[in-house]
Design a protein around this ligand. Structure first.
Ligand SMILES: *[C@@H]1O[C@H](CO)[C@@H](O)[C@H](O)[C@H]1NC(C)=O
Ligand SMILES: *[C@@H]1O[C@H](CO)[C@@H](O)[C@H](O)[C@H]1NC(C)=O
Ligand SMILES: *[C@@H]1O[C@H](CO)[C@@H](O)[C@H](O)[C@H]1NC(C)=O
Ligand SMILES: *[C@@H]1O[C@H](CO)[C@@H](O)[C@H](O)[C@H]1NC(C)=O
Ligand SMILES: *[C@@H]1O[C@H](CO)[C@@H](O)[C@H](O)[C@H]1NC(C)=O
Ligand SMILES: *[C@@H]1O[C@H](CO)[C@@H](O)[C@H](O)[C@H]1NC(C)=O
Ligand SMILES: *[C@@H]1O[C@H](CO)[C@@H](O)[C@H](O)[C@H]1NC(C)=O
Ligand SMILES: *[C@@H]1O[C@H](CO)[C@@H](O)[C@H](O)[C@H]1NC(C)=O
Length: 660
């Protein structure tokens, strides 16, 4: 990180000679040495002289450049990408980029362009991206088409274009992405867009234009994506694009679109004359939703009906044999059976999250979906008194199951009998009541990820994780352990593949020294936001390398021997602990300075005591705990007095001896 954060000071000669206060105006941030710079929002009126000529990427947004001349960027010959967002540019003169042969991206967003010279974009050999969002353009003839042949992306969103009239010189050769969103386009004629017949596989965006009429057959190409989001006259759009093909067709709308027309079965009949794979109808309202509505959707592979105000799909839908993905998020289903799942026998992905009311799971509603791999029922108010064997009956191919953010699930035996292929199970933020002494997951032998965060799970059940020998990630954060202690071995005994264990916010006060010894493959453990007083290094002593997050605990002192027993390749996060910076903690302080490469977040690893050092970074404090000067004087005096006493006694002894 730090490498990218150098601040370079570019001081313009003019500024030095006149005033010193504008130095701040001229500071560009170096992102990559000699290559990438950001001068965003510095109020600059020209390109700083000190910017290296080797600069390739320049963010010059939010400055002041009323006009672009042929000299403006002429020094930056290596420029590849130039962002000029909101620089109050009004005039772009001849050859503004004439010297920037390698330039491939020009962003002119948010400049009210009054003049674009015919040769404005001449120079770059391969200009690929031109962004003209919010530039006040009202007609395409304003944009010079000279030298745009290599363009793959042209963005003209949020302008005042009302008539498309694409000129015959419009660059179609390499075009991949053409964006006209939020303009005033109401009608499109065959002539307007005939030049687009030369394109293939492009993405064309018209969302936010209230298109009322498209001349029948105006568009006749093979598109990658067509976006008519928010347009009200769907039948006219479908007639306009008849005989076209598109991988993705966007016919959804937005919350803030005032006019809402209802989609009745005949509105979508035009789909019969178009080849579409993925269809999006977000936020539309249906009228008389029945099997006929789906009559022209039989070739769809993906159908998105997010927030379409539906409470059931018609049971007699037929022919949707190739649909593999169905999105029913944010609707009003009462019962899982109301999805008429049997009508979509090839489904591999079913999303039903954020259902607005309690979703009854019922039994076997999805049992015809033998190919289903991915099921998302999160945020759907699911409550089940006997979860979830009956509900998931038949789903033997399921690999991903998301039941997070639901209400309450009671498990009496195994959670999902046919779940032998399950790889990911997310039950986070859903109350889980387990009334079996055997493991509820014991048949999920392929499970790799289990999220039980905040699930009120009873961690005292000894065989809770029985059978999970392939589990790699276990999230138990925000659950409570008996007496706040992670016990030795038993709970995790079978998790021989576990690599990541999250025990954050579990109100833990202690960890058994051998709690994790069995987890040979553990390489990441999060114990943050607990009430741990002791740093339990011994618990990790038999791992080769490990990441330990011990942040936000109550550790004050770590004895040196604990630190020495840490695995040699470890990274520790000790931030937000009330560490003592006194002699009692000299072991940690010395070790810490020698092992800064093992410390994450040193900025927040600070002293709490003594008061004089509170808040100081541990890496910066010096604590001297040798013998003090007074001590030394005392010792010297002591020795001297011993010597004096000795000499005196020898003297006395001699005298008494002589007297004899
Ligand atoms: C940056 O450019 C200067 C001057 O051309 C050169 O001395 C220096 O080595 C370059 N640094 C890098 C990292 O390329
Ligand atoms: C740049 O523009 C000026 C004035 O408009 C003109 O005199 C000069 O010849 C131009 N330079 C180049 C290299 O085009
Ligand atoms: C069509 O365009 C999309 C999106 O730009 C791209 O991912 C895809 O590879 C392209 N397909 C072909 C056949 O070029
Ligand atoms: C569309 O294709 C059909 C045949 O698939 C053809 O009869 C019809 O003329 C085409 N329509 C247009 C407008 O080209
Ligand atoms: C399909 O296009 C043909 C002409 O190309 C037209 O006669 C027919 O009505 C169209 N069908 C639908 C459902 O729009
Ligand atoms: C499960 O769904 C929730 C809510 O929609 C989402 O936040 C979470 O990321 C999903 N879990 C996985 C593993 O994708
Ligand atoms: C549960 O954990 C998995 C794996 O870390 C994660 O992808 C998912 O988003 C988590 N679920 C929720 C609801 O946060
Ligand atoms: C250290 O852990 C805390 C608490 O989990 C977290 O907020 C912080 O981002 C971590 N530091 C780094 C550098 O990841």
């Amino acid at each position: 990180m730090a490498r990218y954060l150098y601040l370079l000071i570019f001081t313009m000669p003019i500024c030095i000679s006149h005033e010193t206060s504008s130095a701040v105006d001229t500071m560009c941030t170096e992102i990559t040495v000699n290559k990438s710079y950001s001068c965003e929002g510095l109020g600059l009126t020209e390109i700083p002289e000190k910017l290296p000529v080797t600069t390739e990427i320049l963010d010059f947004s939010f400055n002041l450049l009323p006009s672009l001349q042929n000299s403006t960027f002429s020094k930056l010959k290596d420029l590849l990408s130039l962002d000029l967002t909101r620089c109050q540019i009004n005039w772009v003169y001849e050859g503004a980029f004439h010297n920037n042969n390698h330039l491939h991206t020009i962003v002119l967003t948010g400049n009210l362009l009054l003049f674009l010279s015919d040769t404005a974009f001449v120079g770059p050999q391969s200009l690929k991206q031109l962004v003209l969002t919010q530039t006040g353009i009202s007609t395409l003839s304003f944009v010079p088409m000279t030298n745009l042949d290599n363009l793959d992306t042209l963005i003209l969103g949020s302008n005042h274009i009302s008539s498309l009239q694409l000129p015959p010189t419009f660059p179609t050769q390499n075009l991949k992405y053409l964006d006209f969103q939020m303009n005033n386009i109401r009608t499109i004629t065959v002539e307007d867009v005939s030049v687009l017949q030369k394109t293939s596989n492009i993405t064309l965006i018209f969302k936010g234009n209230d298109i009322l009429h498209i001349e029948p057959g105006a568009f006749q190409s093979s598109f990658y994506s067509l976006d008519f989001g928010g347009c009200t006259n769907i039948p006219s759009i479908l007639v306009g694009i008849r005989n076209s093909s598109a991988h993705t067709l966007w016919l959804g709308t937005f919350d803030d679109v005032e006019k809402e027309t209802y989609i009745s079965p005949d509105v979508l009949q035009g789909l019969c004359n178009i080849t579409v794979k993925d269809l999006y109808l977000q936020l539309r309202h249906f009228k008389n939703l029945n099997a006929a509505t789906f009559h022209c959707m039989t070739k769809l592979q993906k159908l998105d009906l997010t927030h379409t105000h539906i409470s059931a799909l018609p049971p007699d839908i037929s022919g949707m044999k190739v649909l593999t993905e169905l999105i029913l998020n944010r609707n009003f289903f009462k019962h899982l059976c109301d999805t008429s799942a049997a009508a979509f026998p090839s489904l591999t992905h079913l999303h039903l999250k954020g259902n607005s009311q309690t979703l009854q799971l019922g039994s076997g509603c999805l049992q015809k979906l033998a190919k289903l791999q991915h099921l998302d029922l999160s945020h759907s108010h699911v409550e089940s008194s006997d979860c979830c064997n009956e509900a998931l009956n038949g789903l033997s191919s399921l690999r991903y199951l998301n039941l997070s953010y639901n209400t309450k699930l009671h498990v009496h035996d195994v959670l999902f009998k046919e779940g032998t292929n399950l790889e990911l199970l997310d039950i986070a933020f859903t109350q889980l009541h387990i009334s079996t002494s055997q493991g509820p997951f014991r048949n999920l032998h392929l499970l790799q990820v289990l999220n039980l965060s905040s699930s009120h799970i009873n961690t005292s059940i000894q065989h809770l994780f029985q059978g999970l020998e392939n589990l790699m990630l276990l999230d138990l954060s925000q659950n409570i352990f008996e007496s706040g202690i992670v016990p030795k071995n038993k709970l995790f005994q079978q998790l021989s593949s576990l690599e990541v264990l999250i025990l954050a916010s579990c109100e833990l006060t202690a960890i058994d020294d051998q709690a994790f010894h069995i987890l040979q493959k553990l390489r990441y453990i999060d114990l943050s936001h607990n009430k741990l007083i002791a740093f339990s290094a011994d618990a990790f002593s038999n791992h080769k390398s490990i990441y330990i997050n011990f942040a936000h605990n109550r550790v004050q002192i770590i004895p040196r021997d604990k630190l020495v027993s840490l695995p040699s390749h470890s990274i520790i996060n000790l931030s937000y602990n009330p560490l003592k910076c006194t002699c009692s903690n000299i072991g940690l302080i010395t070790w810490y300075k020698q092992n800064l490469d093992k410390i994450e977040d040193p900025e927040e690893t600070t002293c709490s005591e003594p008061k004089s050092l509170a808040g100081a970074q541990l890496s910066t404090v010096t604590v001297s705990c040798g013998i003090s000067t007074t001590g030394i004087i005392a010792v010297v005096l002591g020795i001297l007095s011993c010597v004096a006493i000795f000499l005196w006694s020898v003297h006395c002894f001699r005298q008494s001896y002589q007297q004899i």
